[in-house]
Design a protein around this ligand. Sequence first.
Ligand SMILES: NC(=O)c1ccc[n+]([C@@H]2O[C@H](COP(=O)([O-])OP(=O)(O)OC[C@H]3O[C@@H](n4cnc5c(N)ncnc54)[C@H](OP(=O)(O)O)[C@@H]3O)[C@@H](O)[C@H]2O)c1
Length: 231
Amino acid sequence: MRIVIFGANGRTGRLVTRLALEHGHHAVAVTRRPNEFPFTDHRLTVAGGDVRDPSSLTGILDGADAVLSSLGVPFSLRRLDTYSVGAANIIGAMRDTDVRRVAVVSSTGAYPYPNRIDPPAALRFVEPVITRTIGKSTYDDQRRMEDVVRGSGLNWTIVRPSGLFDLPKPTNYVAGDVDPVGGYTARIDLADYLVTLAADSSCAGKTVVVSTTKDTPTMWQMIRREAFSTA
Ligand SMILES: NC(=O)c1ccc[n+]([C@@H]2O[C@H](COP(=O)([O-])OP(=O)(O)OC[C@H]3O[C@@H](n4cnc5c(N)ncnc54)[C@H](OP(=O)(O)O)[C@@H]3O)[C@@H](O)[C@H]2O)c1
C-alpha cells in the first residue's frame, strides 16, 4: 500500500512511518520541515506540506491507498484550530484525489470515559483540571476535528489514545470500539494500530481507543517526562 502520513515528523508520526515501511508499505511522510526528517528509505517519500495551507497538499496524495494523521499542536490557552482546519484540508485533498481510507488521532481527553477500566487514581483529579484549563482549546478543536471527519463521507476511523508515553516496541495493547483500559497509550502501540487500520476497514465509521496495559508510567512520571520532552 501507499500510505500518506500527516504529523510524520512528530514522535508518533516517526514511529508510524517506520512501522509502515517495516510492514512493506510505501510511506509518504508529510511535514513542514522536510529537511529535518530523520531517516531515509527507498520506499519513503518525504513531502513538505502544511495542513493549514491546502495548496501545499497538491500532489501529495496522488496514488495513495490510505491516509494516517497523528498531527498535533502543543496545549495552548489560545484558541486552536489546526486539528479541525487540518482535517478539513486533508479531507478536501482526499476528495480531489479519490483517496477514501483515513484514520486520524484524537484523544480520550476530548470525550472523557466514565466507564474507563482500571483508571489510575490520579486521573480522577488530573483530567478534569486539564480539560477545563490548559487542555481546553486542544480538546475543543479535537471535537471539531472529529465532527469534520465523521461528516466527510469517507471511509474513516477516529482513534483516541490516552496519555502518550514511549516504549521501545509494541505491546499486546487493547484497541477497538471498547472502553479504554488504564490511563496511557505507548506511542509505538498507537503507531502499530494506525498502520494496521490503514489496511483494515473493519473499524470504518467507528471511533476507537487504544490502551497500553503493560510497563505504563505513573501519572506523575508521565507528566514530568512529557513536560520536558521535545519532538
Ligand atoms: N500527549 C498526549 O498525552 C496525548 C494524549 C492523547 C492524544 N494525543 C494526540 O496524539 C497525537 C500525536 O502526539 P505526539 O506527541 O506524537 O505529537 P507531536 O510529537 O507533537 O507531533 C505532532 C506533529 O504534527 C505536525 N504538525 C503540527 N502542525 C502542523 C501543520 N500545520 N502542518 C503539518 N504538520 C503539522 C508537526 O510536524 P512538523 O512540525 O514536522 O510539520 C509535529 O511533529 C496528537 O494529535 C496529540 O494531540 C496526545
